[in-house]
Write a protein that binds this ligand. Structure first.
Ligand SMILES: Cc1cc2nc3c(=O)[nH]c(=O)nc-3n(C[C@H](O)[C@H](O)[C@H](O)COP(=O)(O)O)c2cc1C
Ligand code: SF4
Length: 407
């Protein structure tokens, strides 16, 4: 099975620059400088149809094209390594195991869109990943892979690491940009999108660390080859963080054509003595997959019944108390609500109160009416997607009639 992201991982050892060069690292960058104009790099990414692995699945080629065509100067390039969605550990693992693969993606991307200043925004609690990225960055500067005239070309790039404070909302690109600018980590109104008006009001790319980790492979092997892996509407391989009631929790790289059932089987299947209640795909903001939908393929296609999002798979057994799960989701979103808009700040707080009463047996008729109103409010009126995210799981619990009090 083809591996793009984890092919060169050595168990228990992080690839340093020498290791990375030995397995063909920075060959794609050399190829780009020798043989490709920036516009050709963008065209190759478009051919690959690589969709952003941060959750939304926006095609990287279109994003790069939009920024490459902007006249304003300077432009910026940001790698998003915030990863605060519960259940996800893919970006952190990429940084810990093969930091240069991410950096090579950033350098190629910066060349393609005409950027000479890039940032890597990393969640401040990722100590080991931060150390590995810092070491990789230093090695790049010392070996002519960053700075002025990279590898003898006319291309200059400075790359700076920025440690976030660990707020979930700072993974959202416009809040991340605010945070980088030294402001409160709150989302900004869109449009304009960062590709037009991003960091310091200039055209900016924000790409996820996993997305960028596929770039060098695409340049070396061609966008067409990447597009042939997995499914036509959602190509390539993907990292799946699989956890919960499975035998072998862990990180798995798989082509994007696997059903939920196959993903669970890859992690050794449901633990003996446990019965599957549902799987949740894409973190606490992810859709619920009941047994009847296990043959669905999570993907980035707009028609997908189950969006793949950031790619985590939480396997929940019938042993688990569903009311406690609902509470843990709302606790997370209420705590992480940035407070900028009333529907989310107040709505998550009130919903938490109702779900606490549901849990301790005091749920009444008034709560029931308020619950539906709050779900609608959070789903339809919040400033950014976090409000909507906070009720995705709850809506599915109601849709699939999983709790008798909510039927
Ligand atoms: C509440 C919220 C949290 C997010 N957290 C992350 C995150 O931790 N990492 C990430 O790459 N994208 C995150 N995103 C998506 C980013 O806004 C953005 O779409 C992404 O970084 C773009 O990169 P991509 O196109 O390579 O996926 C989040 C979005 C929202 C609404
Ligand atoms: S929806 Fe929540 S996280 Fe988003 S702006 Fe409003 S308060 Fe902040």
């Amino acid at each position: 099975m083809v591996k793009i992201l984890t092919e060169n991982w050595i168990f228990g050892k992080s690839l340093n620059l020498q290791d990375y060069l030995k397995v063909g690292g920075y060959k794609a960058l050399k190829k780009v400088f020798k043989k490709m104009k920036p516009i050709e790099v963008v065209a190759e990414m478009k051919k690959s149809n690589l969709q952003g692995r941060g959750g939304a699945g926006f095609p990287i080629g279109l994003k790069w094209e939009a920024v490459a065509s902007q006249k304003a100067r300077p432009k910026y390039f940001i790698c998003n390594l915030d990863e605060s969605e519960p259940g996800n550990f893919k970006d952190r693992s990429l940084a810990e195991n093969n930091p240069h693969q991410i950096l090579e993606g950033i350098i190629i991307g910066a060349y393609a869109v005409g950027v000479s200043k890039a940032f890597l925004y990393i969640n401040g609690i990722f100590k080991e990943a931060g150390q590995k990225i810092e070491q990789a960055l230093e090695d790049c500067y010392q070996n002519d892979l960053l700075g002025k005239g990279i590898l003898g070309s006319k291309f200059n790039l400075d790359l700076e690491i920025f440690y976030g404070a660990g707020a979930y909302i700072c993974g959202e690109e416009s809040a991340l940009i605010n945070s980088l600018e030294g402001k409160r980590g709150e989302p900004q109104i869109k449009p304009p999108y960062p590709s037009e008006c991003g960091l310091f009001g200039k055209p900016t790319i924000v790409n996820n660390a996993e997305t960028l980790s596929s770039v060098a492979w695409i340049i070396e092997n061609g966008g067409k080859k990447f597009a042939e892996i997995g499914k036509l509407d959602s190509p390539g391989t993907k990292l799946f963080s699989i956890d919960g009631a499975v035998n072998n929790s862990g990180l798995y790289e798989l082509p994007m054509d696997k059903t939920v059932e196959q993903l669970i089987e890859t992690a050794g299947g449901v633990k003996a003595g446990f019965e599957l209640r549902f799987a949740q795909i894409g973190g606490s903001s992810g859709r619920i997959v009941p047994k009847s939908l296990l043959t669905e393929i999570p993907s980035y296609s707009r028609e997908a019944e189950i969006p793949v999002g950031s790619g985590s798979v939480l396997v929940v057994s019938a042993h688990e108390d569903l009311k406690k799960i609902l509470l843990s989701w709302i606790n997370f979103f209420q705590r992480e609500s940035c407070g900028k808009c009333v529907p989310c700040r107040e709505g998550t707080f009130r919903l938490k109160g109702i779900l606490e009463r549901l849990d301790n047996g005091d749920f009444n008729q008034e709560d029931r009416q308020d619950l539906y109103k709050l779900i609608w409010t959070l789903d339809n009126t919040t400033f950014c997607p976090l409000g909507k995210f906070s009720v995705v799981g709850l809506k599915d619990v109601i849709r699939y009639k999983m709790l008798k009090e909510l039927v």
